[in-house]
Design a protein around this ligand. Structure first.
Ligand code: CP
Length: 311
């Protein structure tokens, strides 16, 4: 048993060392194999996961809850932020964290405000996992993205990866670029000028010697890339609806576009998708986004087990 992640909050990918990332990926692969062989896990029996979702989610909440159930654990949940918790009455997340200690062995939070997971973690003694905080971070999504890239491409090193769409507001691309940056990629950051990757992320990667090519031209990037990671324009982060309407359809991947991309390119998307990937692309062998979504189960099983010391 290894304890390098025991009792650790997972708030930002920058807090994770390479050996911790490797352990999560290896543990996920082990659990996936056990389940594929029809095995049953009971390592979280008698333990409780609290999921606190103040913003909508399909995938993150369902995969965390399923992961816990598949390991024999239990789940308590805040699913309607307006009625099923006391934050609406003014309760501070710090105090929620103090209370969670009495009910659960770990907690996952999704919230519209950057820094919210940290506030919950400041109050809680049990591990807190950031399930997405505003336009900030989504570390467990980045870990399942990494796991997916490793499975689809057979390696993590020396890949050319294009991140495309709303790079300003998309927390998944913020987390993934930090995390993948540890493996020496070449990046294309593809976005309209208004939705560029935050400069602190781009500058930090470049200071670490990583090649980052910023462009508005998706085709230019797709011709050269092993992986194309599409994202939707994040309507909920816009204050000006006209601006959203102007930018929302800026990129679209369809079969005609695939014909111009690098042969065998892997297409990923954190989901939900809108119009940035046409449904016809689902039939393409390299369309990995639903496999990527399924990879959330073993990755989140691994994270739950490792931070609670029950792997
Ligand atoms: N990728 C992702 O975070 O999806 P949900 O918003 O459905 O959880």
């Amino acid at each position: 048993m290894t304890t390098i992640l025991k009792s650790k909050d997972i708030l930002h990918v920058k807090d994770l060392k390479l050996e911790q990332i490797s352990l999560i990926l290896e543990t996920a692969a082990r659990y996936e194999k056990v389940m594929a062989l029809g095995g049953r896990l009971t390592n979280m029996a008698g333990k409780v996961l609290a999921t606190l979702f103040f913003e909508p989610s399909t995938q993150t909440r369902l995969t965390f809850e399923t992961a816990m159930l598949l390991m024999g654990g239990h789940v308590v949940s805040v699913t309607d932020a307006k009625t099923s918790n006391s934050v609406v009455k003014g309760e501070r997340l710090y105090d929620t964290g103090k209370m969670i200690d009495g009910y659960a062995n770990l907690a996952v939070i999704r919230h519209m405000a950057e820094g919210s997971a940290k506030e919950l973690a400041d109050g809680a003694s049990v591990p807190v996992i950031n399930g997405g905080d505003g336009a900030g971070q989504h570390p467990t999504q980045a870990l399942m993205d990494l796991y997916t890239i490793q499975k689809e491409r057979g390696r993590l090193n020396n890949l050319t990866v294009a991140l495309a769409g709303d790079l300003k507001n998309g927390r998944t691309v913020h987390s993934l670029s930090w995390l993948l940056g540890k493996y020496g990629p070449r990046f294309y950051f593809v976005s309209p000028q208004e939705l560029k990757m935050p400069a602190d992320i781009t500058n930090s990667l470049q200071n670490d010697g990583i090649e980052v090519i910023e462009t508005t031209n998706l085709e230019e990037a797709a011709v050269k890339s092993d992986v194309l990671y599409m994202t939707r324009v994040q309507k909920e982060r816009f204050t000006d609806e006209n601006e959203y309407e102007r930018l929302k359809g800026v990129y679209a991947v369809n079969n005609e576009f695939l014909g111009k991309a690098k042969h065998g390119i892997t297409i990923m998307h954190p989901l939900p998708r809108l119009d940035e990937i046409a449904r016809e692309v689902d039939e393409y062998e390299g369309a990995a986004y639903f496999r990527q979504a399924a990879n959330g189960i073993p990755i989140r099983m691994a994270i739950i087990a490792l931070v609670t010391g029950n792997e």
